[in-house]
Design a protein around this ligand. Structure first.
Ligand code: SF4
Ligand code: SF4
Length: 314
């Protein structure tokens, strides 16, 4: 069973992916072992906070996800929209990833079409796809596939689009011609580390979710946000783009996406904190009809907005 890697990549691009790269599982085994050790060290420090799925043992062994896996095809989808956030402390800040349609749906649709194409190329081809949904170390595999590098802020940066990309993977039993892993290009820069208001980037390449505004706004389900976080939120209510906004690679190389689904819903770019702080469930349903923001429950959005409106304690 063999498929031409170039033809496969052309198909991925034709389906609308902006980058595609291939990893051979066997040739990446040493790097994979190191990535497993890094993940385990991060878990040992409880840096995953309440994200229990990060400790899923399957995340440390791809063969438990697909026993016959020989290669991973990694893809990236640029989601950057050339729109600025309004200035003004009255506005709530929503991370760019949540401005347009829910990326899970868009990625899944394309990945499904790609996996079906792959399976139709020969008898016995297995293809299993993931769109930020499976126990896969997706940033590590993206770097191995040459898509970009894991940066000091822990995002994957691509040379062409900066870090404004969604990642997806197709695991397959096909032997394919691999790409070279991407080299790392943060150099001596430390802008993201200095800009993070909560000190969440504890050292280069390591983010402590317990201190990260993105984690607290999206994943923390507690009624009240920690006192170490709430006064530092700088208007963020859904994610946090600070460590990406300051990155010189993003400032230089971001380019508007051609994926229409990621054009922002105007209201997602500029809601006010006061509106969100009082928002009912019905309003949330109406305002965020098909957005990834639906993961953030209405009471969490209200909590996040209220935390930004509260006076910091003396
Ligand atoms: S997302 Fe925000 S809080 Fe989290 S590491 Fe980046 S700058 Fe810090
Ligand atoms: S701001 Fe600098 S250190 Fe941080 S991710 Fe970008 S290039 Fe790397």
């Amino acid at each position: 069973m063999s498929i031409d890697s170039q033809q496969l990549k052309q198909q991925a691009i034709a389906l609308g992916f902006h980058k595609v790269g291939i990893v051979s599982i066997d040739s990446a085994s040493d790097a994979e072992q190191q990535a497993v050790e890094r993940l385990q060290a991060w878990l040992d420090r409880d840096f995953q906070a309440d994200m229990a799925w990060m400790a899923n043992p399957r995340r440390q062994d791809l063969r438990q996800v697909l026993p016959s896996v020989r290669s991973i095809i990694c893809v990236a989808l640029n989601y950057y929209a050339d729109v600025d956030r309004p200035k003004g402390e009255e506005y709530a800040k929503i991370s760019r990833y949540g401005w347009g349609r829910d990326y899970h749906r868009i990625l899944t649709k394309k990945l499904k079409a790609f996996a079906q194409w792959l399976e139709a190329q020969a008898n016995g081809v297995e293809a299993r796809y993931y769109a930020d949904t499976g126990p896969i170390q997706e940033k590590f595999w993206a770097q191995q596939a040459g898509i970009g590098w894991i940066a000091k802020n822990s995002n994957v940066i691509t040379r062409e689009y900066g870090s404004w990309v969604f990642l997806g993977e197709v695991l397959t039993n096909l032997e394919l011609m691999p790409d070279r892993p991407h080299t790392e290009h943060c150099g001596t820069c430390t802008r993201c580390i200095e800009a993070c208001p909560t000190g969440a980037i504890t050292e280069p390449f390591v983010v402590d979710a317990n201190r990260c505004i993105a984690y607290h706004t999206i994943e923390n389900r507690a009624e009240v946000l920690p006192t170490a976080i709430a006064p530092q939120m700088q208007g963020w209510v859904a994610g946090c783009d600070i460590c990406q906004d300051v990155c010189p690679w993003n400032q230089r190389f971001a380019q508007p996406t051609d994926e229409l689904a990621f054009q922002p819903y105007p209201w997602n770019v500029a809601p006010t904190l006061a509106e969100l702080a009082e928002m009912s469930e019905e309003d949330c349903d109406r305002r965020f009809p098909a957005s990834a923001l639906r993961r953030i429950k209405p009471d969490m959005l209200r909590r996040n907005a209220q935390a930004n409106l509260s006076e910091p304690p003396d």
